[in-house]
Write a protein that binds this ligand. Sequence first.
Ligand SMILES: Cc1cc2nc3c(=O)[nH]c(=O)nc-3n(C[C@H](O)[C@H](O)[C@H](O)COP(=O)(O)OP(=O)(O)OC[C@H]3O[C@@H](n4cnc5c(N)ncnc54)[C@H](O)[C@@H]3O)c2cc1C
Length: 426
Amino acid sequence: MSKLSRRQFTSLAGVSLAAAAAPLFSPAALGQAKPRVVVVGGGPGGGTVARYVAKDAAGAIDVTLIEPQREFTTCFFSNVYLGGFRSFESITHGYQKVARDGVRVVHEWASAINRERKHVVLAGGARVPYDRLVIAPGIDLKWDSVPGYSEAAAETMPHAWKAGAQTKALTKRLNALDDGALIVMTAPPNPYRCPPGPYERVSMFAHVLKSKGHKRSKIIVVDAKANFSKQGLFMEGWEKHYPGMVEWQDPKIHGGLIRVDPKTNQVVTELATYKAALVNVIPAQTAGRIARDAALADQSGFCPIDPGSMRSKLDANIFVVGDACIPGDMPKSAFSANSQAKVAAMTIRADLTKSRAFPARYANTCWSLIAPDDDVKVGGAYEPGDGKIKQVTTFVSQRGEPAALRKQNYQESVDWYAGIIADVFG
Ligand SMILES: Cc1cc2nc3c(=O)[nH]c(=O)nc-3n(C[C@H](O)[C@H](O)[C@H](O)COP(=O)(O)OP(=O)(O)OC[C@H]3O[C@@H](n4cnc5c(N)ncnc54)[C@H](O)[C@@H]3O)c2cc1C
């Protein structure tokens, strides 16, 4: 191993490392006494940190990205795919360019973190030592938060809150519905990834039904919350584009979600029992398991961070970015994850190469498509304050805006998508 060139080593991306002697990735073994950064999770959070550290350190830091999937389908824009506005291929991306840009990509699960010895254990048994570790595993679904639901039940009642096969399954079921169908969505309690996501999805359900000429189909949202992101804008849009089709119920109306039954496709609330043609269950969420197993999460199930650096409050050598962290006033979004990742990357470089760190600044915008060319947005700028990432400015679309502005919002979201994909995947 010690004779391997960097090029040969990079070409190991994706091979099983089970048989290899640990520590496989020690730069010292490669004759490179470089500091080592290891990133767990190749989504918008982890992918951005890996690429930014590698690019900005210009070879001075050894960067390894651990991500089991060879292809990553983005949750962001998956609703737009569901609505028929994008192809599945256009929201699915590979890691070839990431590897070309100097990041060692290992397609395996990280199964454990040894914080004392500072190494990550891969599913195959190999150990990957680090000087700084970035944890970005996204969320896990709390299956038991909805009685009757389970990982197996997701085959018949898709959540599609992790993109890929689930997104395809939900889309297929949606497109197979006949007029008169009932769709029931159960929407999750806070905090969860993408606050406006369920309601953009409802809009895309309605758009598909309307485009197929449905006159009698209905969508009921059984929500765990009393209100939701951009509520006034969504309600206005539903009334304008899909009058009478969407019924949103807060807990005061439905009285509580009692259970779902995947065998009969029923959703039982205190108010009524619905026999649906399509049930979309979006359970409550928690930080990805690897973060919780490494004791980086608090009792909330998510990971506390220092708002000036994204450093874990529980381990100075570890950074947590994206959906797994406690982001203060920021929503859990890909935009937020990407923004947090840049702060983490800057801090890590300053730690390891003594480069300059600037004050942390964060930004987010969440766009939501309600109907073709009718897109609304909410967002803000953030910085450390009051012990958290604090919102310092905000903006939100207004009701009754001109169609041209809404169309421009959609174009902005398309441009943003192209930009973040280039940031994460090269
Ligand atoms: C329907 C929907 C619509 C959305 N729309 C938007 C939008 O329009 N705009 C927006 O900004 N956000 C949107 N989001 C939210 C956005 O998708 C998430 O906030 C974002 O993906 C979080 O990024 P992340 O890097 O933290 O986690 P993820 O994207 O979940 O990536 C985590 C990665 O870590 C990997 N991983 C997990 N555990 C391990 C392990 N043990 N070892 C190795 N790898 C591991 C996973 O395989 C995964 O690839 C949407 C979400 C949904 C569900």
